[in-house]
Design a protein. Structure first.
Length: 133
């Protein structure tokens, strides 16, 4: 757009720049939230027309690029993502559970070894012998 120093031209340029900023902000917010990006959804979110988005080569390229990257599974919205603190807490809880289970396994193995030792010490087993009378 050629530079028009008149008040009307300056107002038009400011309005256009404001619309570009709103569209880019909408694109960024939608991408971060994992919302499907379409020309219609960006237009509604930014308060601009689809036709205007199609005519703006830079915005059109950004929308098509982000739309093309949405073929895989949807990203989890920022508000639903795991925080570092909750992930650390989960890891600590799992580590405690793991430690407890290892101790329990060791205790059970020792108990089994003791029982097997007592059984062996009691003498030969009568199991498997056939009694004839």
């Amino acid at each position: 757009m050629p530079h028009d120093p008149s008040p009307l031209g300056l107002a038009s340029q400011a309005k256009s720049q404001n619309a570009i900023t709103r569209a880019r902000t909408a694109l960024s917010a939608m991408h971060d939230a994992g919302t499907p990006i379409t020309f219609q959804s960006v237009a509604q979110h930014a308060g601009v027309s689809r036709q205007w988005l199609y005519k703006n080569a830079q915005l059109r390229a950004e929308i098509e690029k982000l739309r093309g990257g949405q073929t895989g599974p949807r990203r989890v919205p920022v508000a639903q993502r795991t925080t570092d603190a909750s992930q650390r807490q989960r890891n600590a809880t799992l580590a405690e559970d793991n430690k407890r289970l290892r101790a329990e396994n060791t205790e059970l193995k020792d108990e089994l070894a003791t029982l097997l030792g007592e059984r062996r010490a009691a003498g030969p087993s009568t199991r498997g012998r056939h009694h004839t009378a």
